[in-house]
Ligand binder design. Structure first.
Ligand code: FES
Length: 491
């Protein structure tokens, strides 16, 4: 039987993005069968695929380490994780060889049945002669069997290996897919992959993460107070925050399709750290309670409130994939009561309140286009959130980031941008500087010249309010369609 695998698993197997496979499918270089690929086609398209890929082994070792530490403490005599990974790999290779042999022998049996019919004794042929001819044919056929194809065996082994290390979840009706590793809950793994799954408390109390298992096997990893009715249990409903996947699973689950699906929340959060990377920016790190995390979309903003002071609106600079650890980049406006309070009166673990989130400056996740981000000064905050979310989703073919610092400001997280550019082939970072905020407009020709045809991009720009209109009009003049342009003022 030809072996079919999902697009996500195929991308993992050969170490490319799903987008790269989709490109090959669109170009007719890869065939799909109801959304799945033939392993043999994949191997043909990526002949360089090697099972000895050390990155994979390292990743597997890391996953096993996490899983082992979270689920069970191994007895002293248990082999180390590297040995276990190597053994699973060896078993995968054995399985691939066994599959090949099974296919070969089943073909032989079919041919033998046919031969029996052909070799019915003819006139004058004795039973012994017929038997001898049959026996000659059989041994020749056995010798001539197709030799094992090492490359095919390796890719089958690697696929089996990945199947052991990570189960795949497919969400209906969206068709979104992600992998679940170690002892993560389905909810944790989904959020980490950039999906906006429905949830509330993350701890088995509210029932908002309820989802229906369509196929596959799940396992409860922590008790929950929320009570599912017998009917719900009978229909296969589970709480995604309290279950992990044992096998590949198909799940019917609610996802936020846009900002309107994110509920308003009011949460008291704890200050972890206040940083002052330069005179113009304050970075606030804060943590939500474990059982009351902030559900938001990358790029949204909220209100920060403390000690009866006027609320301050600020974009969230962290990724929704980590809903407990929040980050905010606040322009250090002199005389602003909230900023003064933050810098002069607060200590670690002090409480402040957040209300929100709001805003439509969010990623168009269905778009196949590359991403262009333009940030000015602390406008890097929401752009950082969008970049991290885009990376979690792994959807964009190219990500271009232009960070403009006006006089007195700095590229305060330039090292982070450079590390992304070093780690990812498709990530391009350019630091730009200008004397005044109006100078931002003068840099647009350089940006356009650098990226080429704007129509192939979705552009997200967070710039000072006064420049917003001009920059929007300029980008439109350079050919960027309105629906591909998303603008946000620096908050
Ligand atoms: S998120 Fe509240 S029960 Fe799962």
């Amino acid at each position: 039987m030809p072996r079919l695998i999902t697009l996500s698993r195929a991308a993992r197997l050969v170490g490319v993005k799903r987008g790269a496979l989709q490109k090959k499918i669109r170009a007719g270089e890869l065939r799909t069968f109801e959304g799945e690929l033939l392993l043999s086609d994949l191997l043909h398209a990526y002949p360089q695929t090697q099972v000895e890929d050390t990155t994979m082994l390292e990743r597997v070792e890391q996953i096993m380490e996490q899983a082992v530490n979270k689920i069970v403490r191994p007895p002293d005599e248990a082999p180390d994780t590297h040995t276990q990974a190597a053994r699973i790999l060896a078993l995968g290779q054995e399985l691939a060889r066994a599959r090949h042999e099974a296919r070969r022998y089943s073909g032989l049996v079919e041919a033998l049945k046919k031969k029996f019919r052909e070799l019915a004794p003819e006139d004058g042929t004795t039973r012994d002669e017929a038997l001898s001819r049959l026996s000659d044919w059989f041994f020749q056929a056995l010798e001539a069997g197709e030799p094992a194809d090492e490359a095919s065996e390796d890719i089958v082994a690697k696929e089996a290996f990945l199947r052991v290390m990570a189960a795949q979840i497919r969400i209906l009706p969206s068709g979104h897919e992600f992998f679940i590793e170690g002892a993560d809950s389905i909810l944790e793994a989904g959020l980490r992959s950039g999906l906006a799954l429905s949830y509330g408390c993350s701890s088995g109390n509210c029932g908002l993460c309820k989802a229906k298992v369509v196929s596959g096997q799940v396992k409860k990893i922590c008790p929950h107070d929320y009570v599912l009715t017998e009917t719900e249990k009978g229909l296969g409903y589970i709480l995604t925050c309290s279950n992990t996947a044992v096998t590949d699973v198909v799940l019917e689950a609610d996802e936020a399709l846009g900002a309107r699906d994110i509920p308003h929340q009011e949460i008291d959060i704890r200050i972890k750290k206040v940083e002052r990377p330069d005179d113009r920016v304050v970075i606030l790190h804060a943590k939500t309670p474990r059982t009351n995390r902030l559900r938001f979309l990358a790029g949204q903003y909220l209100s920060l409130e403390a000690s009866g002071l006027p609320a301050m609106e600020c974009s969230i600079a962290s990724c929704p994939c980590d809903d407990m650890n929040l980050q905010f980049h606040l322009p250090a406006i002199s005389g602003n009561p909230f900023i003064e309070h933050l810098l002069n009166n607060t200590r670690q673990n002090d409480i402040i309140s957040i209300k929100g989130p709001r805003g439509e400056f969010v990623l168009n996740e269905e778009s196949p286009r590359s991403l262009l981000f333009i940030a000015c000064n602390a406008g890097f905050g929401p752009v950082k959130s969008l970049i991290e979310h885009a990376m979690a989703l792994d959807i964009a073919e190219h990500i271009h980031v232009f960070w403009i610092a006006t006089a007195g400001n700095s590229h305060y997280l330039g090292n982070l941008c450079r590390s992304w550019a070093d780690a990812l082939d498709n990530f391009h970072y350019t630091a730009l500087a200008t004397d005044t905020e109006s100078g931002v407009e003068d840099l647009l020709p350089n940006i356009v010249a650098d990226v080429g045809d704007l129509k192939t991009f979705d552009c997200y720009a967070c710039v000072p309010g006064p420049s917003l209109e001009y920059i929007e009009a300029s980008l439109r003049r350079y050919g960027l369609p309105a629906k591909q342009l998303h603008m946000e003022p620096v908050r």
